[in-house]
Design a binder for this molecule. Structure first.
Ligand code: EAX
Length: 343
Protein backbone atom coordinates (compact mmCIF):
# COMPACT_ATOMS: atom_id res chain seq x y z
CA UNK A 1 0.00 0.00 0.00
CA UNK A 2 2.86 2.34 0.96
CA UNK A 3 4.62 1.66 -2.37
CA UNK A 4 1.40 2.34 -4.28
CA UNK A 5 0.92 5.66 -2.50
CA UNK A 6 4.55 6.57 -3.19
CA UNK A 7 4.13 5.70 -6.87
CA UNK A 8 0.88 7.70 -6.99
CA UNK A 9 2.59 10.71 -5.45
CA UNK A 10 5.51 10.32 -7.85
CA UNK A 11 3.11 10.17 -10.79
CA UNK A 12 1.43 13.39 -9.72
CA UNK A 13 4.74 15.20 -9.22
CA UNK A 14 6.22 14.15 -12.56
CA UNK A 15 2.96 14.80 -14.41
CA UNK A 16 2.73 18.32 -12.92
CA UNK A 17 6.40 19.02 -13.65
CA UNK A 18 6.17 17.76 -17.22
CA UNK A 19 2.82 19.46 -17.91
CA UNK A 20 3.61 22.92 -16.53
CA UNK A 21 7.20 22.83 -17.65
CA UNK A 22 8.30 22.89 -14.01
CA UNK A 23 11.42 20.97 -15.05
CA UNK A 24 13.23 22.66 -17.92
CA UNK A 25 14.72 20.55 -20.69
CA UNK A 26 18.43 21.20 -21.01
CA UNK A 27 18.70 21.36 -24.76
CA UNK A 28 17.63 23.68 -27.58
CA UNK A 29 14.37 21.87 -28.32
CA UNK A 30 13.60 22.12 -31.99
CA UNK A 31 9.98 22.91 -31.13
CA UNK A 32 8.51 19.91 -32.87
CA UNK A 33 4.80 19.47 -32.23
CA UNK A 34 4.21 18.03 -28.80
CA UNK A 35 1.94 15.33 -30.16
CA UNK A 36 1.21 12.14 -28.29
CA UNK A 37 4.22 9.79 -28.45
CA UNK A 38 2.09 6.90 -29.63
CA UNK A 39 0.94 8.58 -32.85
CA UNK A 40 3.01 6.20 -34.96
CA UNK A 41 1.60 7.84 -38.07
CA UNK A 42 4.71 9.83 -38.98
CA UNK A 43 3.53 12.96 -37.11
CA UNK A 44 6.12 14.84 -35.07
CA UNK A 45 6.47 13.44 -31.55
CA UNK A 46 8.47 14.56 -28.53
CA UNK A 47 10.35 12.08 -26.33
CA UNK A 48 11.34 13.22 -22.83
CA UNK A 49 14.54 11.63 -21.43
CA UNK A 50 15.78 12.15 -17.88
CA UNK A 51 19.15 11.71 -16.22
CA UNK A 52 20.77 12.73 -12.93
CA UNK A 53 24.08 14.18 -14.06
CA UNK A 54 25.10 17.74 -14.89
CA UNK A 55 24.30 19.25 -18.29
CA UNK A 56 28.07 19.24 -18.93
CA UNK A 57 28.37 15.48 -18.31
CA UNK A 58 29.05 12.50 -20.56
CA UNK A 59 25.37 11.56 -20.21
CA UNK A 60 24.32 14.96 -21.55
CA UNK A 61 26.79 14.88 -24.44
CA UNK A 62 25.65 11.39 -25.40
CA UNK A 63 21.98 12.38 -25.25
CA UNK A 64 22.54 15.52 -27.34
CA UNK A 65 24.09 13.32 -30.01
CA UNK A 66 21.18 10.85 -29.60
CA UNK A 67 18.73 13.75 -30.13
CA UNK A 68 20.61 14.87 -33.28
CA UNK A 69 20.85 11.49 -35.02
CA UNK A 70 17.31 10.42 -34.08
CA UNK A 71 15.95 13.60 -35.68
CA UNK A 72 18.05 12.84 -38.80
CA UNK A 73 16.89 9.22 -38.96
CA UNK A 74 13.21 10.26 -38.71
CA UNK A 75 13.37 13.39 -40.90
CA UNK A 76 12.61 15.51 -37.84
CA UNK A 77 9.57 13.45 -36.81
CA UNK A 78 11.06 12.61 -33.38
CA UNK A 79 12.28 15.43 -31.13
CA UNK A 80 14.09 14.62 -27.88
CA UNK A 81 13.83 16.82 -24.77
CA UNK A 82 16.62 16.19 -22.25
CA UNK A 83 15.96 16.71 -18.53
CA UNK A 84 19.33 16.75 -16.70
CA UNK A 85 20.47 17.06 -13.10
CA UNK A 86 17.70 14.96 -11.62
CA UNK A 87 15.01 17.42 -12.71
CA UNK A 88 12.68 14.43 -13.19
CA UNK A 89 13.87 12.78 -9.96
CA UNK A 90 16.60 10.36 -8.93
CA UNK A 91 17.39 7.30 -11.06
CA UNK A 92 15.23 4.91 -9.04
CA UNK A 93 12.33 7.42 -9.13
CA UNK A 94 12.65 7.84 -12.90
CA UNK A 95 12.79 4.08 -13.54
CA UNK A 96 9.59 3.74 -11.47
CA UNK A 97 8.22 6.52 -13.68
CA UNK A 98 8.97 4.41 -16.76
CA UNK A 99 7.02 1.52 -15.28
CA UNK A 100 3.91 3.67 -14.70
CA UNK A 101 4.25 5.64 -17.93
CA UNK A 102 5.08 9.11 -16.58
CA UNK A 103 8.57 9.14 -18.12
CA UNK A 104 9.47 8.13 -21.72
CA UNK A 105 13.23 7.37 -21.49
CA UNK A 106 15.81 7.30 -18.68
CA UNK A 107 19.58 7.13 -18.87
CA UNK A 108 20.62 5.41 -15.65
CA UNK A 109 23.60 3.51 -14.37
CA UNK A 110 22.92 -0.10 -13.39
CA UNK A 111 23.44 0.89 -9.74
CA UNK A 112 19.80 1.40 -8.75
CA UNK A 113 18.64 -1.52 -10.92
CA UNK A 114 19.27 -3.93 -8.04
CA UNK A 115 15.95 -2.75 -6.67
CA UNK A 116 14.17 -3.84 -9.86
CA UNK A 117 15.87 -6.97 -11.21
CA UNK A 118 18.78 -8.43 -9.26
CA UNK A 119 20.06 -10.60 -12.14
CA UNK A 120 21.26 -7.62 -14.19
CA UNK A 121 23.51 -6.43 -11.35
CA UNK A 122 26.08 -9.19 -11.97
CA UNK A 123 27.87 -6.41 -13.89
CA UNK A 124 28.22 -4.49 -10.60
CA UNK A 125 30.58 -7.04 -9.02
CA UNK A 126 33.91 -5.49 -7.94
CA UNK A 127 36.96 -5.86 -10.21
CA UNK A 128 34.90 -7.98 -12.64
CA UNK A 129 36.04 -6.32 -15.87
CA UNK A 130 39.71 -6.01 -16.92
CA UNK A 131 39.15 -2.71 -18.75
CA UNK A 132 36.51 -0.84 -20.76
CA UNK A 133 37.17 -2.89 -23.91
CA UNK A 134 36.47 -6.10 -21.98
CA UNK A 135 33.25 -4.60 -20.61
CA UNK A 136 32.10 -3.43 -24.04
CA UNK A 137 32.78 -6.87 -25.58
CA UNK A 138 30.69 -8.60 -22.89
CA UNK A 139 27.82 -6.08 -22.91
CA UNK A 140 27.63 -5.84 -26.71
CA UNK A 141 27.59 -9.63 -27.04
CA UNK A 142 25.11 -12.37 -26.14
CA UNK A 143 25.65 -11.95 -22.38
CA UNK A 144 24.68 -8.27 -22.58
CA UNK A 145 21.62 -9.12 -24.69
CA UNK A 146 20.54 -11.78 -22.18
CA UNK A 147 20.90 -9.29 -19.30
CA UNK A 148 18.79 -6.65 -21.08
CA UNK A 149 16.12 -9.28 -21.81
CA UNK A 150 15.65 -9.70 -18.05
CA UNK A 151 14.15 -6.19 -17.95
CA UNK A 152 11.12 -6.92 -20.14
CA UNK A 153 9.13 -8.99 -17.56
CA UNK A 154 9.19 -5.95 -15.21
CA UNK A 155 7.89 -3.46 -17.81
CA UNK A 156 11.27 -2.07 -18.76
CA UNK A 157 13.08 -2.17 -22.10
CA UNK A 158 16.82 -1.60 -22.41
CA UNK A 159 17.51 0.14 -25.74
CA UNK A 160 21.31 -0.02 -25.50
CA UNK A 161 24.25 -0.22 -23.13
CA UNK A 162 25.89 3.12 -22.46
CA UNK A 163 28.61 3.91 -19.92
CA UNK A 164 29.24 5.70 -16.66
CA UNK A 165 32.80 4.40 -16.30
CA UNK A 166 35.15 2.92 -13.72
CA UNK A 167 34.37 4.17 -10.24
CA UNK A 168 36.99 5.55 -7.81
CA UNK A 169 36.93 6.52 -4.14
CA UNK A 170 36.87 10.11 -2.87
CA UNK A 171 36.75 11.24 0.77
CA UNK A 172 37.54 14.06 3.18
CA UNK A 173 39.30 12.15 5.97
CA UNK A 174 42.54 10.66 4.68
CA UNK A 175 44.37 9.41 1.58
CA UNK A 176 43.21 5.87 0.74
CA UNK A 177 46.15 3.57 -0.10
CA UNK A 178 44.87 0.25 1.29
CA UNK A 179 41.46 -1.17 2.38
CA UNK A 180 42.23 -0.50 6.07
CA UNK A 181 42.27 3.23 5.26
CA UNK A 182 38.52 2.92 4.53
CA UNK A 183 37.87 1.57 8.05
CA UNK A 184 34.86 3.33 9.57
CA UNK A 185 34.42 5.89 6.80
CA UNK A 186 30.77 6.77 6.09
CA UNK A 187 30.84 6.26 2.35
CA UNK A 188 27.90 6.91 0.03
CA UNK A 189 27.11 4.12 -2.38
CA UNK A 190 24.36 3.82 -4.94
CA UNK A 191 21.27 1.93 -3.81
CA UNK A 192 22.91 -1.35 -4.80
CA UNK A 193 23.36 -4.39 -2.57
CA UNK A 194 26.62 -5.49 -4.21
CA UNK A 195 28.16 -2.03 -3.89
CA UNK A 196 27.18 -1.92 -0.21
CA UNK A 197 28.56 -5.43 0.43
CA UNK A 198 31.82 -4.44 -1.28
CA UNK A 199 32.40 -1.39 0.89
CA UNK A 200 31.45 -3.34 4.01
CA UNK A 201 34.13 -5.86 3.00
CA UNK A 202 36.60 -2.95 2.76
CA UNK A 203 35.66 -2.01 6.36
CA UNK A 204 33.77 1.16 5.43
CA UNK A 205 30.26 2.06 6.52
CA UNK A 206 28.25 2.11 3.24
CA UNK A 207 25.39 4.65 3.07
CA UNK A 208 23.04 4.12 0.08
CA UNK A 209 21.74 7.40 -1.30
CA UNK A 210 20.23 8.79 -4.49
CA UNK A 211 22.66 10.86 -6.55
CA UNK A 212 20.40 13.93 -6.26
CA UNK A 213 21.15 14.10 -2.49
CA UNK A 214 24.88 13.43 -2.74
CA UNK A 215 26.52 16.84 -3.18
CA UNK A 216 24.71 18.40 -0.21
CA UNK A 217 25.40 15.34 1.97
CA UNK A 218 29.13 15.68 1.20
CA UNK A 219 29.01 19.45 1.72
CA UNK A 220 27.31 19.11 5.12
CA UNK A 221 29.63 16.31 6.22
CA UNK A 222 26.73 13.87 6.64
CA UNK A 223 28.99 11.38 4.86
CA UNK A 224 32.79 11.24 4.57
CA UNK A 225 33.17 9.98 1.04
CA UNK A 226 31.75 8.81 -2.23
CA UNK A 227 32.71 6.68 -5.17
CA UNK A 228 32.10 7.75 -8.76
CA UNK A 229 33.77 7.88 -12.19
CA UNK A 230 36.12 10.76 -12.99
CA UNK A 231 33.66 12.47 -15.39
CA UNK A 232 31.02 12.50 -12.63
CA UNK A 233 33.46 13.76 -9.98
CA UNK A 234 34.51 16.61 -12.27
CA UNK A 235 31.19 17.66 -13.82
CA UNK A 236 29.42 17.47 -10.43
CA UNK A 237 32.26 19.52 -8.84
CA UNK A 238 32.89 16.98 -6.10
CA UNK A 239 36.42 18.42 -5.87
CA UNK A 240 34.76 21.34 -4.06
CA UNK A 241 33.65 19.03 -1.24
CA UNK A 242 36.17 16.17 -1.36
CA UNK A 243 39.93 16.40 -0.67
CA UNK A 244 41.22 12.94 -1.61
CA UNK A 245 40.78 10.76 -4.73
CA UNK A 246 42.19 7.24 -5.12
CA UNK A 247 42.03 5.50 -8.50
CA UNK A 248 40.70 2.18 -7.24
CA UNK A 249 38.52 1.47 -10.31
CA UNK A 250 36.74 -0.99 -8.02
CA UNK A 251 33.53 -1.14 -10.13
CA UNK A 252 33.00 -0.81 -13.86
CA UNK A 253 29.64 0.99 -14.02
CA UNK A 254 27.59 0.49 -17.19
CA UNK A 255 24.56 2.62 -17.95
CA UNK A 256 21.42 1.68 -19.83
CA UNK A 257 19.21 3.85 -22.02
CA UNK A 258 15.89 2.58 -20.76
CA UNK A 259 12.29 2.89 -21.89
CA UNK A 260 9.16 0.84 -21.29
CA UNK A 261 7.67 -1.80 -23.62
CA UNK A 262 4.42 0.18 -23.57
CA UNK A 263 6.11 3.33 -24.87
CA UNK A 264 8.19 1.42 -27.43
CA UNK A 265 5.22 -0.63 -28.71
CA UNK A 266 3.29 2.64 -29.22
CA UNK A 267 5.79 3.77 -31.85
CA UNK A 268 5.60 2.92 -35.54
CA UNK A 269 7.96 0.16 -36.78
CA UNK A 270 10.01 2.84 -38.55
CA UNK A 271 10.34 4.89 -35.37
CA UNK A 272 11.17 1.77 -33.33
CA UNK A 273 14.01 0.92 -35.73
CA UNK A 274 15.30 4.50 -35.67
CA UNK A 275 15.17 4.60 -31.86
CA UNK A 276 17.16 1.37 -31.49
CA UNK A 277 19.74 2.45 -34.08
CA UNK A 278 20.17 5.90 -32.52
CA UNK A 279 20.44 4.40 -29.02
CA UNK A 280 23.25 2.07 -30.11
CA UNK A 281 25.16 4.65 -32.17
CA UNK A 282 24.87 7.32 -29.46
CA UNK A 283 25.93 4.78 -26.83
CA UNK A 284 29.13 4.06 -28.77
CA UNK A 285 29.73 7.81 -29.07
CA UNK A 286 29.08 8.35 -25.36
CA UNK A 287 31.65 5.68 -24.45
CA UNK A 288 34.25 7.73 -26.40
CA UNK A 289 33.18 10.84 -24.48
CA UNK A 290 33.80 8.99 -21.19
CA UNK A 291 37.29 7.99 -22.35
CA UNK A 292 38.10 11.59 -23.37
CA UNK A 293 36.80 12.99 -20.09
CA UNK A 294 38.72 10.43 -18.01
CA UNK A 295 41.94 11.53 -19.69
CA UNK A 296 41.15 15.24 -19.63
CA UNK A 297 39.65 15.72 -16.18
CA UNK A 298 42.07 13.86 -13.87
CA UNK A 299 44.75 16.56 -14.17
CA UNK A 300 42.03 19.23 -13.86
CA UNK A 301 40.90 17.69 -10.56
CA UNK A 302 44.50 17.70 -9.29
CA UNK A 303 44.93 21.31 -10.38
CA UNK A 304 41.70 22.11 -8.52
CA UNK A 305 43.32 20.87 -5.33
CA UNK A 306 42.38 17.20 -4.98
CA UNK A 307 45.18 14.97 -3.61
CA UNK A 308 45.15 12.02 -6.04
CA UNK A 309 46.57 8.53 -5.41
CA UNK A 310 46.99 7.51 -9.05
CA UNK A 311 48.46 4.02 -8.73
CA UNK A 312 47.40 2.21 -5.54
CA UNK A 313 48.26 -1.48 -5.06
CA UNK A 314 44.87 -3.05 -5.94
CA UNK A 315 45.64 -6.60 -4.82
CA UNK A 316 44.66 -6.01 -1.16
CA UNK A 317 41.36 -4.50 -2.37
CA UNK A 318 40.77 -7.49 -4.67
CA UNK A 319 41.59 -9.91 -1.83
CA UNK A 320 39.20 -8.07 0.52
CA UNK A 321 36.19 -8.60 -1.75
CA UNK A 322 36.49 -12.37 -2.09
CA UNK A 323 33.60 -12.85 0.43
CA UNK A 324 31.43 -10.80 -1.95
CA UNK A 325 32.17 -13.30 -4.74
CA UNK A 326 31.51 -16.24 -2.39
CA UNK A 327 28.07 -14.77 -1.65
CA UNK A 328 27.10 -13.67 -5.15
CA UNK A 329 28.33 -16.75 -6.97
CA UNK A 330 25.35 -18.37 -5.23
CA UNK A 331 23.06 -15.69 -6.69
CA UNK A 332 24.33 -15.39 -10.27
CA UNK A 333 26.07 -18.78 -10.64
CA UNK A 334 29.81 -19.28 -10.93
CA UNK A 335 29.36 -20.22 -14.61
CA UNK A 336 28.09 -16.74 -15.56
CA UNK A 337 30.77 -14.99 -13.50
CA UNK A 338 33.50 -17.11 -15.13
CA UNK A 339 31.98 -16.53 -18.60
CA UNK A 340 32.21 -12.77 -18.06
CA UNK A 341 35.68 -12.87 -16.56
CA UNK A 342 37.04 -15.08 -19.35
CA UNK A 343 35.28 -13.28 -22.23
O1 EAX B 1 24.33 7.26 -13.14
O2 EAX B 1 24.46 7.62 -8.56
C1 EAX B 1 25.62 7.63 -9.06
O3 EAX B 1 26.65 7.68 -8.39
C2 EAX B 1 25.73 7.56 -10.57
O4 EAX B 1 27.09 7.71 -10.94
C3 EAX B 1 24.95 8.67 -11.25
O5 EAX B 1 23.65 8.68 -10.81
C4 EAX B 1 24.98 8.45 -12.78
Amino acid sequence: MKKFLMLLALTMVIAVLAACGGSESTDSTSGADDADADSGSGEAITIRVGHTLADTSHYQEGLLYFKEILAEKTNGEINVEIYAAGSLGGERDMVEGLQIGTVDLVLTSTGPMSGFVEDITVVDLPFLFRDAEHAHAVLDGEIGDELLAKLEPISLKGLAWWENGFRHVTNNVRPIEKPEDLQGLKLRTMENEIHMATFSAFGASPTPMAFTELFSALQQGVIDGNENPIPVIYTSAFNEVQDYLTLTGHFYNPSILLTSPTFFDGLSPEHQEALLEAAKEAGDYERQVVQRMEQEYLDELEAAGMEISRDPDLQPFIDAVQPVYEKYSEVFGQELIDAIRNY
